[in-house]
Design a protein around this ligand. Structure first.
Ligand SMILES: Cc1cc2nc3c(=O)[nH]c(=O)nc-3n(C[C@H](O)[C@H](O)[C@H](O)COP(=O)(O)OP(=O)(O)OC[C@H]3O[C@@H](n4cnc5c(N)ncnc54)[C@H](O)[C@@H]3O)c2cc1C
Length: 418
C-alpha cells in the first residue's frame, strides 16, 4: 500500500483527539486523526444506556461551542455528548479517518515515525496518543468464572433488563459503581455495593454545582505532582443530579459492603473498612463545604446559606455492623458488575515512552520519546486532564510544543557569526 505522509498523526478520535485536532488546525499544522471505530465511540458503546454527563451542560464541554437545545444546568445524556463531539469536530473540519486501527507506531532510523494501520502505512514527524485514560476494562482476579453467575465490567452494563433475573453485586463505588447501583435499585432486585476509598463532593451547595466550586477553588486546576493519585469521585447527574449519599441509598435498600477481598466456594469476603471508607468520604464532602463557605466569606458573595447540607444522617445497619461475607448462591446473586476502573493498552505504541509496567513516561504529556505525546491521561497536568473541559487545555499545550519544535526545525541558517 502507498505510504501516506503528514506532520502529525493523532491516534484516537475521542474528545482528546478532537481537541488536539482543533489546536493543530488553528496552528496550520498538517495532521490526521486515526480512529478505529466512530468519532467519540466510547461515549456510545462503552457506557450504560441511562448515563448522563457528570457535570452540567455549561461545564462539561469545550470552550468554543455550547450544547444545543440543553438547559445550561442540565446533565446531558451520553448519546448527546457523543453527538456534540461529532458536531464539534465537523465545526472545524477535523480530518478524522474513522474505522482505522493503528496497529503499531515505531521510530524511523532517521527521525519521525512509521505508523502501520488497517488502512496502510503512514509516516509522521509527531504522534499524539489520544487513546485516553479509559482503554481496557480492569477486573481484579478475585472470582473465577463460575456457573450461574454472570460477571461483567461496568463498560458492558447497559440496563437492568439486560441482566439475568436475580440479585446483583457491584464492586467499586466511584461514579460508575454508585450510578449503576442507583439504576438497578429502580427494579425489585436486591443490590449490594462494595465501597472503597472515594471522594464524594456535594452535587449542589449554596446555589452552585460542585463543578463550579471545584473550579473557583482551583481544584480542577490543581497540578499533578508525584503523589497525585486517582481517588475515584462518586458523583451523579442522574435524575437531575443529587449528591451521592451512601447512607440514603442504604436506607432505600442498598446493602453496603467493604472492599471485596477474596472469593472461596461461593462466598465473597470483604475487608473491615466500610465504616472508614464512608467516614473518609464524609470528610471529603464536608471539606468542600468548608472551602466553599470560606470562599463565599472571603469574596463577599451573595449565595444563600445551606445548613441542611451539613446534616449527615444516622448510620444504617450495614454500616453499624458491616457484613464481612456473603454467600452468592444463598443471596441469589446472579450478576457481579466490576466497576473497578481501567488499565492502559499501549501495545501498539512501540517507542521509548514508558516507565515500568507500561506507564507513560511524560511531563505534561510530552513523552520521553521525542516526538511522541500523550493526551487525556488522568492527572496529565492537573486534576481536570482526563475530563472534557480539561483535555482541551492540555491539547493546546502539546500543540504549542509541537509548533515550537517545528519553528526551530524551520531555521535554515548556519548560525553565522555576524
Ligand atoms: C462511565 C464514564 C463516565 C464519564 N463521564 C464523564 C463526564 O460526565 N464528564 C467528563 O468530562 N468526563 C467524563 N468521563 C471521563 C472522560 O471524559 C471520558 O472517558 C472520555 O471518553 C475520554 O475521552 P478520550 O478522548 O480521552 O478517550 P476515549 O473517549 O476513550 O477515546 C479514545 C479513542 O481512541 C480510539 N482508539 C484506541 N486505540 C486505538 C488504536 N490503536 N487505533 C485507533 N484508534 C484507537 C478509541 O476507539 C476511542 O474512540 C467519563 C468516563 C467514564 C468511564
Amino acid at each position: 500500500m502507498p505510504l501516506k505522509q503528514t506532520d502529525v498523526v493523532v491516534v484516537g478520535g475521542g474528545q482528546a483527539g478532537i481537541a488536539a485536532s482543533e489546536h493543530l488546525t488553528k496552528a496550520g499544522i498538517k495532521h490526521i486523526v486515526l480512529e478505529r471505530a466512530r468519532t467519540a465511540e466510547n461515549w456510545r458503546s462503552m457506557r450504560w444506556d441511562s448515563l448522563v454527563a457528570n457535570g452540567p451542560a455549561w461545564h462539561d464541554r469545550f470552550p468554543n461551542m455550547k450544547f444545543k437545545n440543553q438547559h445550561q444546568d442540565a446533565f446531558v445524556p451520553k448519546e448527546e455528548v457523543a453527538d456534540y463531539l461529532v458536531d464539534y469536530a465537523k465545526m472545524f473540519g477535523a480530518p478524522i479517518h474513522e474505522g482505522v486501527n493503528v496497529n503499531s507506531v515505531q521510530r524511523k532510523d532517521k527521525g519521525g515515525f512509521v505508523i502501520e494501520t488497517t488502512d496502510g502505512v503512514f509516516e509522521a514527524s509527531y504522534v499524539i496518543s489520544a487513546t485516553g485514560a479509559f482503554q481496557k476494562a480492569m477486573v481484579p482476579p478475585i472470582v473465577p468464572e463460575i456457573e450461574k453467575i454472570k460477571q461483567i465490567h461496568s463498560t458492558a452494563y447497559r440496563n437492568p433488563g439486560a441482566l439475568p433475573k436475580g440479585n446483583v453485586i457491584i464492586i467499586g463505588a466511584g461514579s460508575s459503581g454508585s450510578q449503576i447501583a442507583a439504576d438497578l435499585m429502580k427494579t425489585s432486585r436486591k443490590i449490594f455495593l462494595s465501597v472503597g476509598a472515594h471522594d464524594r463532593p456535594p452535587r449542589r451547595y449554596r446555589n452552585r454545582d460542585f463543578c463550579w466550586w471545584l473550579g473557583v477553588l482551583n481544584l480542577w486546576d490543581a497540578e499533578a505532582n508525584p503523589s497525585s493519585t486517582h481517588t475515584t469521585i462518586a458523583v451523579s447527574g442522574a435524575d437531575g443530579g443529587s449528591t451521592v449519599d451512601f447512607r440514603k441509598l442504604a436506607n432505600k435498600g442498598l446493602t453496603l459492603l467493604g472492599v471485596t477481598e477474596k472469593f472461596d466456594d461461593g462466598v465473597l469476603t470483604f475487608k473491615n473498612n466500610l465504616t472508614e471508607n464512608i467516614s473518609e468520604g464524609d470528610k471529603n464532602y464536608l471539606s468542600i463545604l468548608d472551602l466553599a463557605d470560606a470562599y463565599v466569606d472571603r469574596n463577599g458573595l451573595d449565595l444563600p446559606l445551606d445548613p441542611e447540607a451539613r446534616e449527615i444522617g444516622p448510620d444504617p445497619e450495614c454500616i453499624v455492623r458491616p457484613i464481612r461475607s456473603i454467600d452468592l448462591y444463598e443471596e441469589n446473586i446472579t450478576t457481579i458488575i466490576w466497576a473497578t476502573g481501567f488499565a492502559n493498552d499501549y501495545d501498539w505504541l512501540q517507542v521509548d515512552a514508558f516507565e515500568a509496567n507500561n506507564i507513560p513516561s511524560h511531563k505534561r504529556g510530552i513523552s520521553s520519546e521525542p516526538g511522541v505525546y500523550f493526551l487525556g491521561l488522568p492527572w496529565q497536568s492537573r486534576r481536570g486532564s482526563s475530563f472534557i473541559w480539561g483535555v482541551w487545555h492540555d491539547a493546546k499545550f502539546i500543540v504549542d510544543h509541537i509548533q515550537k519544535q517545528q519553528g526551530y526545525l524551520a531555521y535554515s541558517g548556519s548560525a553565522e557569526r555576524l
